[in-house]
Design a protein around this ligand. Sequence first.
Ligand SMILES: Nc1ncnc2c1ncn2[C@@H]1O[C@H](COP(=O)(O)OP(=O)(O)OP(=O)(O)O)[C@@H](O)[C@H]1O
Length: 345
Amino acid sequence: MANKQISQMGLPKSIANVFAARNVFTAKALSLMELRVQNEHLAGHLPTHMKGLDEALCGGIPFGVLTELVGPAGIGKTQFCLKLSLLASLPANYGGLDGHVIYIDVESKFSSRRLIEIGVKSFPEIFHRKEMAQEMAGRIHVLRPASLSEFTESLQQIKVSLLQNQVKLLVIDSMAALVTGEFEHGAPRQKTLGWHVSFIKSLAEFSRIPVVVTNQVRSQSRDETCHYFFQVQSWNETIEDRTRHDSHLVAALGINWAHAVTIRLVLEAKSGQRFIKVAKSPIAPPLAFPFNITSSGILLLSDDGIELTGPDINTIHCQGLSLRFCWGNLQKNIKWMPKTTIGHY
Ligand SMILES: Nc1ncnc2c1ncn2[C@@H]1O[C@H](COP(=O)(O)OP(=O)(O)OP(=O)(O)O)[C@@H](O)[C@H]1O
């Protein structure tokens, strides 16, 4: 029964296509995939200290896989990364990982002053002592590669440091900025990044730490037939000015990258309100959380996620890349497909 074909299980075609896209064709392969997903999530998490989001992600940013933060300029991706860096470096009794962080700061956006501000406001008991604040900040190692080749070199060096330095988090802010300017057209850019995508994924897997990568959005090119982002309908004033002409944005970096990412959180603004959307996850339903950025850093305005409904999901057009759509539906369908049934095949 283990070799029973997925295509013979009577699943809706859209669900069967999700499995096919992952080379899962038999019941046995499906069970193995389930096991792998469970193991990934047993390996540990870095809590974001945003309760609703942590609950949706079953504990926070998972170890051993890539988590992507996607969104337009100024939405708060770097602020999110700063908060995660702080949390990874905090002592364990404050909910941190008590570790070091490697922060690849491609656009020189990292600010230790801002990091300490977030720390002082969120954890005054630790950060009111200057030496503690310095120690925390000193655990975050910032690298600033000036080109794609420098970035390649940094990645190779990181592999060694990951084993030596008790590194508990790797941040790359931003991946898209590395290739912007070096390659103008999507095709060479995606091809060139193929090696980096696999390498970063393998870094996450072998070191079993969370790897967080930011990605920007770009205008959809005319000849593009395949995209996986959402339509931007309205923006708050600050962001509106920058994106007025980009009514239809897609996440940069292309298909290889999209498939390599396990968790995708989309940060966007609608009607003046910022939201974090769980856009891709093997376990979390498609939820959106309103958030704000204050002197204490990024904070959820509500821990109750808003369930994403039809129109949002319908804007995802390409079957092979429509992961949020497919996983959302997959979860709904797994509910009516008894687990024991999967086991019996
Ligand atoms: N001290 C602060 N207090 C309140 N809000 C702040 C503070 N510092 C930054 N912000 C908010 O963070 C926003 C910038 O966020 P961030 O730099 O994370 O954007 P981003 O998504 O990384 O953009 P880019 O793609 O350009 O790097 C500002 O627009 C502001 O709203």
